[in-house]
Write a protein that binds this ligand. Structure first.
Ligand code: HEC
Length: 122
């Protein structure tokens, strides 16, 4: 039993190790995170970065929008590529987290329908 628990604990720490967050910046320590810390925390909190999600195209649009409207400087091609790779990998687009509401015809007419019915097992 104890051995089993140790294995579980080791597995848990492994999966956490992949996502270590830097205490000062709040950024996931991976790849070009220090470039992001250097370029992306000057005008607003880095929480605005870590709180957002997007694929590479969405992150690029965000950068282009800040360059066009918010005075973000030109990033050289290599720096921009590394930043985009980091953002798309660590803060990727997510599927909407809430399910859609059920269609009215799928809702129970009475509470009785919510009871478990042995015949259907549902
Ligand atoms: C020169 C200033 C400046 C820098 C540097 C900067 N940003 Fe921004 N960014 C802004 C401003 C201004 C806003 C709008 C803030 C607000 O809405 O409160 C913004 C908004 C954002 C948003 C929210 C966009 C939205 O849809 O609401 C994200 C995400 C973001 N920035 C990411 C980044 C990333 C990633 C970097 C580094 C590549 C970066 N920013 C660097 C000025 C900057």
């Amino acid at each position: 039993m104890q051995g089993f628990l140790i294995v579980i604990a080791a597995l848990c720490s492994l999966s956490v190790a992949a996502d270590i967050v830097d205490e000062r910046t709040g950024l996931i320590k991976d790849g070009a995170w220090q470039l992001v810390a250097a370029h992306c925390g000057n005008c607003h909190s880095l929480q605005l970065v870590t709180g957002n999600r997007g694929d590479r195209r969405i992150w690029l649009e965000t950068i282009r929008w800040m360059q066009a409207r918010q005075n973000l400087w030109q990033l050289d091609a290599q720096t921009e590529d590394q930043i985009l790779t980091y953002l798309a990998k660590n803060y990727p687009a997510t599927a909407p987290r809430r399910r859609k509401p059920l269609a009215p015809h799928l809702l129970p007419k009475t509470n009785r329908n919510l009871l478990v019915e042995p015949e259907t097992g549902f």
